[in-house]
Each structure stands twice: as structure tokens, then as C-alpha cells.
Design a protein around this ligand. Structure first.
Ligand SMILES: CSC[C@H]1O[C@H](OP(=O)(O)O)[C@H](O)[C@@H]1O
Length: 363
């Protein structure tokens, strides 16, 4: 997407074969990039959330395999790099999907061909992500367009949680792709942006990228969403996902489940934008089978922001002896609370038969 009129992607290849990324830790205050030269750099960038977002994690990990092949293209090097990168974060299935695709593509090759092939495959996956998200957005746009036609002259208010924007993918985003395309078409859309405690990806990332594109939006505290729905101020919810199970359970950023409950109670359509790379047909019961990442307690006890004197600052918001060790990064929304999955192949009911019919071929 555009930043001050210039087209950006979240990840790119540098002339020296290092991997360029936007280091999202400094947004919205500073637009900084990072250069990932070795597998260890890619591991750090994913683990420490320099880059984050299920589809982007997958593509950056794919590039991680490419830089690994420049370091050691032996079978041992291949398996070691996959193991290192797979261990970075447990919840987004895109990581496993991307690394498996890279291993399948590289293992049969002579080691001297692996580096070039890895870069080519990673680049292909990046381009595919952009195309998939654009296509997914078209299917989501149809939903927004229908609502706008039913309510001529009325603003369409969409609530989203965390960041499932272009910053969570290579471009377009998943949940935001329908929103960008509706805005580009001239539909009067407005986005309620959940701040998304504790890492505040909504406040720092979604608000920034929507603002850069000129999309009207309002930052809200996470706990205001239900109230807005009760007062008829939310026309639909569109969120992203880190993993969808074969029966349609949706794993996403912590707080998504509570938003889905409020939507269900207020008859607000609750859509999940799901590229096929985020579908995991090997699991059924999301609550019992999806590994939920527990993150550092400091994310809860401390807040970071821009100091009035012009630098990033961090402050403690609770007593130093208060326990904050329970910090699940994700929760699971049962399929019964999901109105539909917005995918690149079309709308899909969050139901095992519908998912099987549309995605039986997903590897
Ligand atoms: C395009 S969906 C991205 C998905 O990933 C985010 O998690 P994180 O920022 O921790 O990687 C969040 O759950 C988003 O919905």
C-alpha cells in the first residue's frame, strides 16, 4: 500500500540477497526498515515481532529459508533452518505451511541449486499473497457493497480487531482488503479500530495504515465494542485469523472471542478474512488443538509510546510485584459465532462440509 504516496510492501529482496522488512516495532511513530542477512536475523525478527501477522510470518520465514541456503544448502542445513524458524512462534499456521512448502520444493534439488530456487519460491509466495488478499478483498467488497445499497446515503461502520492489515501480510491485508477496496470505490466506510491490548497492534498499526490511505477510522478501547454494537453503531465485524480449523473454529488475537460473543448477541455479522494459507485441515477442535502463544508479562505491565520530548518511552502501569505471567496472545472463536469466512475462493460457511467442499485440495 501507499505511504506518503510511495508504494510499499512489508517485505522485499535487497540486491545483496538480504531480506528487507518494515520493522513494525516503531510504528506509528517511525517508519524504520531492517535488513535480515542470516537465519538468526529472520528468527529474531519473527520471534520479537519486528514483523508479525500470520501471512507475513509465513512469507518472511520462506525468505529465511532462502538466506539459510546461502549459508548452508546441505540437507542438514535445510532441516536445521526449518527447525529454527518453526520454533519462533507457535500459533499462526502460515509459518508451518510456508516452511513445509519450502522444504518440499528444495529437498529434491541438488544442493547447488537450492539457494536460487529458494529465493524464487519465496518471491512467488510473496506475490501469491498479494494476489490472494486482493481477491479475498473482492469477495468482502461484495458484502460491503450490498450493505451500502441497502442503506443509501448511510455510512457503513466496520469493526476490526488487532492488525489484519497490509502490515500483517505482504500487501492489501486480509480483513482490511475489503475495506480498502470499498473506500477506493467511493463507498462511505468508517472503521472502529480496537486498540487491542496489550500489544496495541490496532492503535499502532491498523490506525496508522488506515490513516495513510485516508480511510476514516476511530480508535476505541477493546471493551467499547459491545457497547457500540448494542447502540447499532456497528454494521459488521471483519477480523483476521492465525488459524482456522477443519470445522471452522477461528484462532485470532486475544479478545476476538469476546467481540464475536457481543456480535452474536446483537445480531451483527461477524466475518473472518481467511486466506487458504491460514486454514489448518489437520485440526478440528480449535480450543483443544491449537497451541496458544503465551507472551511476556511485560507486555501487560508496561506501555510504550512517544514521549513529548520526541523519543520512544516505556512506562510501568501496575505495581512491580503484581503477577502478569498469564498473557495468552490468542483465543479461539467457535465456528457457531462466525457468520462466514471471507476467502480468496469466495464466502465460505464456518462449517466442516462447506470448508471441505471449498478447500479439500489445500495442502
Ligand atoms: C492477517 S491476520 C494477522 C493476525 O496476526 C496477528 O497476530 P500477531 O500480530 O501476534 O502476529 C493478529 O492475530 C491478526 O489477526
Amino acid at each position: 500500500m501507499k505511504v506518503q504516496g510511495q508504494a510499499w510492501r512489508t517485505v522485499w529482496l535487497n540486491p545483496d540477497h538480504s531480506v528487507g522488512v518494515i520493522d513494525q516495532r516503531f510504528l506509528p511513530h517511525e517508519l524504520k526498515t531492517a535488513c535480515l542477512r542470516e537465519v538468526a536475523d529472520v528468527e529474531q525478527a519473527i520471534r520479537e515481532m519486528w514483523i508479525r501477522g500470520a501471512p507475513l510470518i509465513g512469507v518472511v520465514a520462506a525468505y529465511g529459508m532462502a538466506v539459510a541456503m546461502r549459508q548452508d544448502s546441505s540437507d542438514a542445513g535445510l532441516f536445521s533452518a526449518k527447525k529454527t524458524l518453526l520454533a519462533t512462534r507457535p500459533t499462526a499456521v502460515n509459518l508451518r505451511w510456508a516452511l513445509s512448502r519450502m522444504l518440499t520444493g528444495l529437498l529434491p534439488l541438488p544442493r547447488e541449486q537450492r539457494a536460487d530456487a529458494a529465493y524464487a519460491l519465496a518471491a512467488q509466495m510473496a506475490d501469491e499473497d498479494v494476489a490472494i488478499n486482493q481477491q479475498l478483498g473482492q469477495h468482502g467488497l461484495a458484502l460491503i457493497r450490498t450493505l451500502a445499497q441497502q442503506r443509501p446515503g448511510q455510512r457503513i461502520n466496520i469493526l476490526t480487531h488487532c492488525n489484519a492489515g497490509w502490515l500483517a501480510t505482504v500487501d492489501w491485508g486480509t480483513a482490511t482488503s475489503p475495506i480498502y477496496q470499498a473506500f477506493n470505490e467511493g463507498i462511505d466506510v468508517h472503521v472502529w479500530v480496537d486498540e487491542t491490548r496489550p500489544r496495541n497492534q490496532g492503535a499502532s498499526l491498523t490506525a496508522w495504515e488506515l490513516g495513510q490511505h485516508g480511510v476514516p477510522h476511530t480508535l476505541i478501547v477493546d471493551n467499547a465494542g459491545g457497547h457500540l454494537m448494542q447502540h447499532g453503531l456497528v454494521d459488521m465485524c471483519i477480523v483476521g485469523t492465525d488459524r482456522v480449523t477443519a470445522r471452522g473454529d477461528v484462532c485470532n488475537k486475544i479478545g476476538t472471542y469476546l467481540k464475536a460473543l457481543a456480535a452474536f448477541d446483537n445480531q451483527v455479522p461477524f466475518y473472518v478474512a481467511m486466506p487458504s494459507s491460514t486454514l489448518d485441515l489437520t485440526v478440528h477442535d480449535g480450543l483443544r488443538e491449537i497451541p496458544i502463544e503465551n507472551r511476556e508479562g511485560e507486555e501487560i505491565s508496561h506501555l510504550s509510546g512517544w514521549h513529548a520530548d520526541g523519543y520512544l518511552s516505556t512506562v510501568r502501569i501496575c505495581p512491580s510485584n503484581t503477577a502478569t505471567s498469564t498473557n495468552p496472545g490468542f483465543d479461539v472463536t467457535p465456528a457457531r459465532l462466525v457468520t462466514a469466512l471471507i476467502t480468496e475462493r469466495g464466502l465460505c460457511a464456518a462449517h466442516p462440509q462447506a470448508i471441505q467442499a471449498m478447500f479439500a485440495s489445500v495442502g
